[in-house]
Ligand binder design. Structure first.
Ligand SMILES: [Fe+2]
Ligand SMILES: [Fe+2]
Length: 285
């Protein structure tokens, strides 16, 4: 069967500064200060508008966006993110990140889902959908509002059960792409990592149909190949909004392996372009 062509983007962090005193009733003041002092320069979104058109020319079939579409979960930020997503001609599979439920109010009100409805994911935190060509997508919502200086996610016991059920229903000769905002492997910082990631690692090793695990959260991109140890290929696409190091990954996925191309943002004067910086083929067992 022909490979399926995918793109993985993460952490665009659409932003909208507020000067309202109401921000001091929530964690938003912290994100807002961070935005004004540091993030505004390092994270830009103007160059993102070229991506949908580019992906059409590349015959991309499906897009994965692994969360942190917003910065402090304001309506204005989600509206910008939704306008960006609406430009894609392909289906865009989204999961929320910690910045998409940044305050307790936005988490309780499930504001992310008002802009990106996905009822099964909202209700059960696990969604399963057919991608075509013998591939499935399973999205995980491990995001939750956390206290100041924390940015961890949680893979709950209920999610573990749902994921196990979802994987059990997928034929063994078909493949699975999992997307989650949070990394599969810890960075050593409990404040930042996915809680109960060991349970998630264990379940993924039990189901060899899972070939790819896509995530963001860590803004420096990396790929972890522990295929020989029974894990899926783990791809973190960093932040596509980062300047000057914004990236996304373009992938040709088939049952024997995945060709991964790293597309990097280049700027000349005020002109932006995305170029393939490197490529590598990974082989499944
Ligand atoms: Fe992020
Ligand atoms: Fe994050």
């Amino acid at each position: 069967m022909k490979p399926i062509r995918l793109v993985h983007l993460s952490d665009p962090h659409f932003a909208s500064v507020t000067y309202s005193p109401r921000q001091f009733f929530s964690k938003r003041w912290l994100g807002n200060c961070n935005l004004i002092l540091f993030r505004k320069k390092a994270y830009q979104t103007a160059h993102l508008k070229h991506i949908p058109e580019l992906l059409e020319t590349l015959d991309v079939e499906t897009v994965f966006l692994t969360g942190d579409v917003a910065t402090t979960s304001r309506d204005e930020e989600f509206a910008k993110a939704a306008a960006f997503v609406s430009e894609f001609k392909q289906p865009v599979h989204l999961v929320p990140g910690n910045h998409d439920c940044y305050t307790r109010g936005s988490d309780r009100g499930k504001r992310f889902y008002r802009y990106f409805p996905e009822p099964e994911l909202q209700e059960h935190r696990v969604v399963k959908k057919k991608l075509g060509k013998g591939w499935w997508w399973i999205g995980l919502d491990c995001a939750l509002a956390t206290a100041l200086i924390f940015s961890y996610g949680r893979f709950s016991k209920e999610m573990e059960k749902k994921l196990e059920d979802a994987l059990s229903q997928i034929p063994t000769d078909e493949g699975v792409v999992i997307s989650n905002h949070f990394p599969l492997f810890g960075s050593g910082s409990p404040r930042h990592d996915l809680r109960r990631n060991a349970a998630l690692q264990k379940i993924l090793r039990r189901f060899p149909q899972v070939k790819l695990y896509l995530h963001g959260h860590d803004h420096s991109p990396y790929i972890i190949d522990k295929i020989r140890e029974g894990y899926p290929l783990v791809i973190n696409s960093g932040s596509c909004a980062h300047q000057p190091n914004g990236i996304f990954y373009l992938m040709d996925l088939d049952r024997t392996g995945c060709l991964v191309e790293r597309c990097v943002l280049k700027q000349e004067n005020s002109t932006y372009s995305w170029v393939v910086e490197s490529q590598k083929r990974y082989h499944f067992l």
